[in-house]
Design a protein around this ligand. Structure first.
Ligand code: AMP
Length: 176
């Protein structure tokens, strides 16, 4: 089964945290098929905290939605996430955004993710890798939902990582 996941982090070293989360998911048998760019996103809800780095990922696994949620929560806690209020700063957040046409509506799990259509930090990365995926309840594509979003929070593509030689270039002793 294919799932779109949303990854987010705004503590310590967000870029590295997202990479660690992807590696841990892969080490648990989750096949990562596609990754969006990384996006810097303005915090929603609680102000005064660092901007987030967010990414959408397409994965394939035989796990059920509940098994995948349990794995995501295990990865979050292994990476040091302390349970806290929604929208609070976090080392890593792993959300199940979409599971094809599957609809889940239980106290512990809602798929498609309940706030998917209201959040630019989810819609923008997801629209990059799944513009034509259809939200099975709203019956609209992600691209359409992104265009219709009334969320004003800023989302911008993160600069690509420093090239390995750009850090050393400054410290290399001058010759001659
Ligand atoms: P959050 O603080 O956004 O990580 O929310 C965590 C809580 O949301 C957990 O208690 C999950 O059981 C619940 N939850 C409901 N639906 C989802 C979903 N689609 N993906 C991840 N967590 C979910």
């Amino acid at each position: 089964m294919r799932y779109y996941l949303g990854l987010g982090s705004n503590l310590v070293d967000p870029r590295n945290n997202l990479a660690r989360a992807r590696r841990r998911l892969a080490a648990n048998g989750i096949k990562i098929l596609k990754t969006s760019s990384l996006y810097r996103t303005e915090p929603v809800g609680l102000s005064g905290q660092p901007w987030f780095l967010n990414q959408a990922v397409l994965v394939e696994t035989s796990l059920s939605p509940w098994q995948l949620l349990r794995l995501a929560q295990r990865v979050e806690s292994e990476m040091g996430r302390i349970p806290g209020p929604r929208n609070a700063p976090r080392v890593i957040d792993i959300d199940i955004l979409l599971a094809g046409d599957t609809i889940v509506d239980t106290p512990s799990l809602t798929v498609p993710h309940a706030r998917l259509a209201e959040r630019n930090f989810v819609l923008v990365p997801l629209a990059e890798i799944a513009p034509r995926a259809v939200h099975p309840l709203l019956k609209k594509t992600i691209q359409t939902l992104r265009g219709a979003s009334s969320d004003r929070a800023l989302v911008e593509k993160a600069p690509s990582a420093l090239r390995p030689d750009s850090a050393t270039a400054k410290t290399r002793p001058r010759s001659g």
